[in-house]
Design a protein around this ligand. Structure first.
Ligand code: MBD
Ligand code: FE
Length: 294
């Protein structure tokens, strides 16, 4: 991140509490645990295993009362800062995604993260996502095509895209940004082809002023994710894929705090050769039929 970007960040940054409560809102309407779609046997098995793992850590590392009380204070703060979605998506979702995508053929997925918003504006291809006048950054023309696992073009496919701006902010999670900035649902054509015009996002630092930031500071870790574009692709009758795309050369590709980078998700940006400004990236999607496995 450049110094200018740091300045922009300090001026406009919302607090972790603001970003966190919005991310938490999505889950607070879920209702009573015993009425969610998780059978009693699984609740007992998983909660039991988690509690046992925590007890084993206490024994193995001879946890002191100072440490136990620091943990209590910190866990309370995760809740009051609304950072449970952030904490879980950064440090746990990658394994949940991995376990649940092993058998799905086609394009690789990765974590969704805390900042997806359903219902973004629908645009036909070729599409340009919502930007501000004089939007900063490198223009990016993102094209690709949808096929099934036999290479046949897919109809009625769509790409939902969301990403940070060139200063690392997400609309609806930082103050002062247009509601649907860098968020869109793009319908592919009847050959499964799409074109999305947007801007290259900046590397992203998770909020440093909340509980997750305090953990990172207290442990001497770093708070960075490499620059990334979030994607959800779907077509009727096919298994959806949630993923992110990354840019080669980003120093945080190798140490993403959210452990969500995979080699299959790396873009290969090329300078535009048709006179347009910025870069071209191509990424094609292979979707598996519902029920199709490897
Ligand atoms: C993000 O933008 C993100 O993608 C993840 C996984 C966590 C925090 C912020
Ligand atoms: Fe993100």
């Amino acid at each position: 991140m450049t110094e200018t970007q740091v300045d922009i960040r300090n001026e406009n940054e919302g607090t972790a509490v603001e970003a966190g409560s919005k991310a938490t809102e999505r889950f607070t309407a879920s209702g009573k645990l015993s009425e969610l779609n998780v059978p009693k046997e699984r609740v007992s098995l998983l909660a039991g295993a988690l509690i046992k793992a925590a007890n084993d850590i206490v024994v193995e590392h001879e946890v002191t009362y100072e440490e136990f009380n620091a943990l209590k204070a910190w866990l309370i703060k995760v809740g009051t800062d609304g950072e449970w979605p952030l904490f879980l998506d950064v440090w746990l979702e990658h394994t949940v995604e991995d376990v649940n995508s092993q058998e799905r053929p086609g394009t690789k997925g990765t974590i969704e993260g805390p900042y997806y918003v359903p219902g973004s504006p629908e645009l036909a291809t070729p599409a340009t996502v919502l930007m501000r006048d004089g939007e900063e950054g490198t223009p990016l023309r993102f094209t690709g095509q949808f096929t099934d696992t036999n290479g046949k073009a897919l109809q009625n496919a769509q790409v939902e895209i969301w990403h940070a701006d060139a200063a690392g902010f997400y609309s609806q999670y930082a103050p002062g940004l247009p509601e649907w900035l860098f968020r869109a649902t793009v319908k592919a054509d009847d050959q499964g082809r799409f074109e999305i015009n947007t801007m290259r996002p900046a590397p992203y630092q998770i909020p440093t002023d909340g509980a997750c930031g305090q953990l990172i500071e207290a442990a001497g870790w770093h708070a960075w994710r490499p620059a990334h574009i979030h994607i959800k692709v779907s077509a009727p009758g096919y298994q959806p894929v949630t993923q992110q795309l990354y840019f080669p050369g980003d120093p945080h590709n190798a140490d993403d705090i959210a452990s969500a980078v995979k080699p299959e998700l790396m873009l290969d940006p090329k300078p535009r050769t048709d006179g347009g400004a910025g870069e071209d990236v191509v990424y094609n999607y292979v979707l598996a039929k519902e029920g199709e496995t490897k």
